[in-house]
Design a binder for this molecule. Sequence first.
Ligand SMILES: Cc1cc2nc3c(=O)[nH]c(=O)nc-3n(C[C@H](O)[C@H](O)[C@H](O)COP(=O)(O)OP(=O)(O)OC[C@H]3O[C@@H](n4cnc5c(N)ncnc54)[C@H](O)[C@@H]3O)c2cc1C
Length: 326
Amino acid sequence: MNERTRQGDLKRLAALDVGRCTFAASLAEHGTWRIGGPADLLVEPESVAQIQAVVYFARTRGIPLLVIGQGSNLLFADAGLRGIVLKLGSAFANIAISGNTITAAAGAWVPGIARRAQQAGLAGLEHTIGIPGTLGGLVVMNGGSQRQGIGDNVRRLWAVGEKGKLTELTKEECRFGYRSSALQESGVVVVKVELVCPVGDPRVIRHAMLADLRERRRKFPRKEPNCGSVFLSTAQMHTSVGPPGKIIEEAGLKGTRCGGAEVSHRHANFIVNTGGASAADVLALIDRIRHTVHRRIGFTLACEVRYVDEQAVIRPADQLLVFPGT
Ligand SMILES: Cc1cc2nc3c(=O)[nH]c(=O)nc-3n(C[C@H](O)[C@H](O)[C@H](O)COP(=O)(O)OP(=O)(O)OC[C@H]3O[C@@H](n4cnc5c(N)ncnc54)[C@H](O)[C@@H]3O)c2cc1C
């Protein structure tokens, strides 16, 4: 599709009732790394019907479409994105609890859901208390900590499919794996999720959450923009070579820089933006870390962080790099 046709289509979309529209929106302002060029059009919908309309519009015209929450697991391209970014935020923040079931909209803030679960005496979400993202992003990534994933608690969810149709998906259909799910490949927009949690003692749950938050404050970089753990840390990896932070630190890479991107001095599995870092800087640093670690111990690190290119194609950031070990 040529530039003029796409821009004309995007103007037509913005003129429809699809929510708040911003042209040439800086993606750096919509991701925790504070990196990324302009997106042609950012749409912040307020209803499921508006999401359906945007998805249908983009898919039928072949316009690249990216769905985001807080952008806390994404590296946006320096060139930005030639299409639509659909951001689910505060209009999709509703959380309802009935018995041991939590039903929440996809834009709900993960620590907020964890806190509501604690107050209601529901256990199992303690490990998510410090994750700065939306429920939609967490479910798609099957995110979590302490070797757990939110998929363990998902009973079913509702998503807008490729053609703009709202469908219900069971936990089995989501095929949750370690920091992965079938939702990553399917291109659906998650709008609502039902979680099931066992009953627990609110005081015990609170204690576990506070301990998790203390640990994060102690270990993770606090001031510089970052995207959480850059490299995947699987159970098998732990037993064979140890966690990525330890491997990278032992390779002497803490403090290593490429442009404005730096391996955090606090935790070596974090890359921080020291100011003015570009996506190219981060990718170069990821490449350098992977080569150094591979040369040293023969292990190939894979990325948890996902790179979004100009055409809205998303893939683990390491998959862009030419690497002898892959
Ligand atoms: C300081 C820090 C600590 C972190 N700690 C952890 C941690 O302990 N464990 C962990 O797993 N992660 C962690 N993360 C990474 C990140 O917060 C999680 O992956 C989070 O769940 C992503 O949510 P998000 O809303 O930011 O998603 P985004 O980054 O916006 O998107 C992530 C992926 O989900 C897709 N997506 C988002 N919303 C939807 C939707 N509604 N429908 C369909 N697809 C969607 C996007 O297209 C993208 O592929 C951390 C990040 C930071 C900055």
